[in-house]
Design a protein around this ligand. Structure first.
Ligand SMILES: NC(=O)C1=CN([C@@H]2O[C@H](COP(=O)(O)OP(=O)(O)OC[C@H]3O[C@@H](n4cnc5c(N)ncnc54)[C@H](O)[C@@H]3O)[C@@H](O)[C@H]2O)[C@@H](O)CC1
Ligand SMILES: Nc1ncnc2c1ncn2[C@@H]1O[C@H](COP(=O)(O)OP(=O)(O)OP(=O)(O)O)[C@@H](O)[C@H]1O
Ligand SMILES: [Mg+2]
Length: 378
């Protein structure tokens, strides 16, 4: 109303013979300032409200991530034995990428898992072992360049047998950080995933694992223990493949819901300014302030973290017999919320210390303190 009134006043004044005389007066300048300011404010506020309304449509809400972290993080109980706080395996690491599987696997340990394995190529294994003696590294994967065609079937069987003998012991697999895209290697990983699924082992799929899955959706379709953690590029490829359209940021929640539904009973964590999580039934967001640094490797921390929290959430829910406030939430969604919140808190803390020089290893060093601030160890 007030804006309209000001505009009318301006038209009256503009039409007036006295306009030239008054144009330089403070009154006119003040009126023009008000029109500009209020008009601009009104337009922008309206637009913002429209966007907010659209973003909030559907069932999306900010997750209560701190309480979820508290609810699923286990106590450090002296009666527990090694392995009960989680055994994670990362399938990744090739000639080009040794950092990504290391980041994912070491993050799992730093959060509180007891054992962290890496299944990678022979070339990558020695390098990954040299980063940390804490990781159990299996140099078993092969890329096409290092083997003859006629040896492929026997090598493939050997790779599978080696991973399969460990499979039942793992609480969660992380498939893809630094895996590369060699076709023979991806064929072996395809078989590993099928076996994990038959064994009911949860699978977090990231990086090149998403490249594989986008091409073979049947690997995860209908598997409720599958979690996809796409970044901006990986999400775009998934949306184009499954929904046959472009990414729509104005309808982000609805589109994510359709994507998770479209693939069938899986959970997706879409990484970005806010992380969005959906299992096809609900959408949750985690918008805790993180870091403005976008150095490579932060997604790898996230995938290792989600694997641990997902395992803890399943353990907690199975022990609690339905009497927890989180009982109604899918454990894969709980794992994603907790992993995302912790990663962002650690990134924020690392950035406070290191500013522009913040690197992924600095963030990993902040995982412990960030979790401690929410769930003290003692
Ligand atoms: N220090 C490290 O070892 C890191 C390794 N990373 C790994 O790097 C791989 C790629 O991840 P991004 O986040 O860059 O993925 P993106 O999908 O964002 O890829 C970046 C670009 O590189 C292209 N590209 C990637 N691999 C290719 C290949 N083999 N052949 C042809 N084009 C290829 C993509 O099409 C895209 O244009 C993943 O395995 C990821 O886990 C990242 O996690 C960052 C840290
Ligand atoms: N614009 C942003 N603002 C704040 N946090 C962000 C932003 N974009 C991504 N993140 C956070 O950074 C983490 C990694 O997301 P990113 O999109 O960088 O993954 P990625 O590309 O797979 O990383 P990687 O280099 O490990 O492969 C996520 O936990 C996400 O919450
Ligand atoms: Mg990534």
């Amino acid at each position: 109303m007030f804006v309209k009134h000001c505009m009318n006043s301006q038209f009256t004044l503009l039409g007036s013979a006295k306009y030239c005389m008054l144009a330089s007066s403070a009154v006119i300048r003040r009126q023009q300032f008000l029109i500009r300011t209020l008009g601009g404010y009104t337009d922008q506020t309206h637009l913002k409200r429209m966007q907010q309304t659209k973003a909030m449509s559907g069932t999306a809400f900010e997750a209560d991530s701190e309480n979820i972290l508290r609810a699923i993080t286990p106590n450090l109980d002296p009666s527990k034995h090694k392995g009960q706080a989680g055994k994670i395996a990362v399938i990744g690491g090739c000639r080009e990428y040794t950092g990504a599987p290391y980041f994912a696997a070491i993050s799992a340990l730093k959060i509180g898992a007891d054992l962290s394995h890496v299944f990678c190529t022979k070339d990558a294994a020695a390098v990954i072992k040299s980063y940390s003696p804490e990781l159990i590294v299996h140099p078993i994967l092969e890329e096409s360049y290092s083997i003859r065609d006629e040896d492929k079937p026997s090598i493939s069987s050997k790779v599978l047998a080696e991973v399969n003998k460990w499979m039942e012991r793992f609480d969660c697999l992380v498939v893809g950080p630094g895996l590369g895209r060699d076709p023979f290697l991806l064929d072996c990983v395809r078989e590993i995933m099928k076996h994990a699924r038959r064994s009911n082992v949860p699978i977090v799929i990231d990086g090149d694992g998403l490249f594989l899955v986008t091409d073979s959706l049947d690997l995860v379709s209908g598997y409720p223990l599958a979690v996809l953690t796409p970044n901006v590029n990986e999400y775009k490829r998934l949306v184009e493949k499954v929904l046959n359209c472009k990414v729509d940021d104005h309808d982000a929640h609805e589109q994510l819901l359709s994507l998770a539904k479209g693939i069938g009973s899986i959970t997706i964590l879409r990484k970005g300014k806010s992380d969005l999580i959906s299992d096809g039934e609900t959408v949750k967001s985690v918008s805790i302030y993180g870091s403005p640094r976008r150095c490579g490797g932060q997604g790898d921390i996230l995938s290792g973290s989600v694997a641990v929290f997902l395992s803890w959430a399943r353990q907690r829910l199975s022990a609690a017999e339905g009497d927890l406030p989180i009982s109604k939430i899918n454990p894969t969604v709980l794992g994603c919320i907790a992993g995302s919140a912790l990663m962002r808190k650690a990134a924020s803390l690392a950035f406070q210390n290191k500013k522009r020089s913040t690197l992924t290893s600095d963030i990993i060093e902040c995982l412990g303190k960030s979790l401690e601030d929410i769930c003290p160890a003692i």
